[in-house]
Design a protein around this ligand. Structure first.
Ligand code: ATP
Ligand code: MG
Length: 345
């Protein structure tokens, strides 16, 4: 084992009865990495986490952690921590006792226990809340107790399954930063499941995008955001204008269409092209559309255009003059801005 393959999933297949939820999944995670698992509902994120934690029997394949094959090791012997969306603290125990609970189960007592709990509480900024009950804390503070409770167990890997999804937007942001800070300070390897792509982009060292029980793309946040390799990932991360390519032409509602401008060097062999709404030029260009919808989004304004190519989503600075519903507009999908997709799925 090297630190580069601290946790590896090898040809992992997971099923509920006869129904396969995750198929032949390969994934290698470095020590200290923060990985985000991203993908639509039902794609197998929780199932994958359950198998790593030992809560779901593996149908075939292997889970290796820190040099050992743990595929058949019981959950409580794996040194894998878990924090789920419902992180259920014990309501009748103080914050201190909640954090101490797992350590006591392991037989820890006295000054050693106290030092661990104190340092856990300190790491999440809750030293002054040790005697409160969970009901006397805010949602974010409860979340931090849950994080401290997991961290004091010194897991080799900490799995977080949508831990922030029942917090309001502001607390979510705060906790996101907190998680990242604790992770960097302790160096714990983390796998984080989220529905929220902004959260994945902000937090992760690498993002794993899953679809139907398989990995669709693995990459840095920059890769996933700027260089999606398939139409599925492009769509998932907000490229709303996606067309297949055929012989260097766009396949559209109006048949094969020449692109304006020239493609980047890797693009001519691509299977498709994708543009974010912000990459669409509005007001000039070779194509014609009609405004079907418009919405104001603070700094920007979004337009939905009907066009012979198909529906087009464009976004422009809100300071630009607004276009009315029904207005005819020229637009362009500039070839040089397009993200080339190697797979159209
Ligand atoms: N206990 C179960 N019994 C049978 N099928 C299940 C069970 N749990 C999950 N599944 C199925 O396995 C597939 C993957 O589910 P999983 O919970 O891993 O999805 P997910 O990616 O975590 O989705 P979400 O984002 O909604 O949490 C789905 O088709 C789901 O219906
Ligand atoms: Mg899930």
């Amino acid at each position: 084992m090297s630190d580069a393959s601290y946790l590896s999933l090898e040809k992992l297949t997971l099923a509920y009865g006869d129904s396969v939820a995750v198929a032949n999944l390969d994934l290698t995670i470095k020590k200290g990495e923060l990985i985000a698992l991203l993908g639509p509902s039902g794609c197998g994120k929780t199932t994958t986490m359950r198998a790593i934690a030992g809560l779901l029997a593996v149908k075939s394949g292997h889970v290796r952690l820190d040099g050992a094959d743990i595929t058949r090791v019981p959950a409580n012997k794996r040194a894998v921590g878990l924090m789920f969306q419902s992180y259920a603290l014990f309501p009748h125990l103080s914050v201190y006792e909640n954090v101490a609970f797992g350590l006591k189960l392991k037989g820890m007592r006295g000054p050693e226990l106290d030092a661990k709990v104190q340092s856990g509480l300190k790491s999440v900024g809750l030293s002054n809340f040790a005697n409160r009950r969970p009901a006397e804390l805010s949602g974010g503070q409860q979340q931090r107790v849950a994080l401290a409770r997991s961290m004091v167990m010194e897991p080799k890997v900490l799995l977080l399954d949508e831990p922030l999804s029942n917090l309001d937007a502001r607390l979510r942001l705060e906790m996101r930063t907190e998680l990242q800070r604790v992770q960097k300070a302790t160096g714990v390897t983390m796998i984080f499941v989220t529905h929220d792509q902004a959260e994945a982009l902000a937090l992760a060292d690498r993002i794993v995008v899953m679809k139907s029980g398989k990995i669709e793309q693995i990459g840095s946040p920059e890769d996933i955001y700027n260089r999606p390799t398939s139409s599925f990932v492009a769509d998932f991360v907000g490229f709303e204008n996606i067309f297949p390519l055929e012989n260097g032409k766009m396949k559209t509602g109006a048949g094969l269409v020449d692109l304006s401008g020239s493609l980047s060097s890797e693009a001519p062999s691509a299977a498709g092209l994708a543009w974010r709404p912000r990459m669409v030029t509005l007001g000039t260009g070779p194509f014609q559309g009609t405004v079907r919808g418009t919405s104001f989004a603070g700094d920007s304004r979004e337009y939905l255009l009907d066009s012979p190519l198909g529906p087009i989503k464009a976004e422009v600075e809100a300071s630009q003059p607004a276009h009315a519903l029904g207005a005819g507009l020229s637009f362009d999908l500039p070839a040089e801005k397009a993200a080339p997709l190697s797979r159209f799925v």
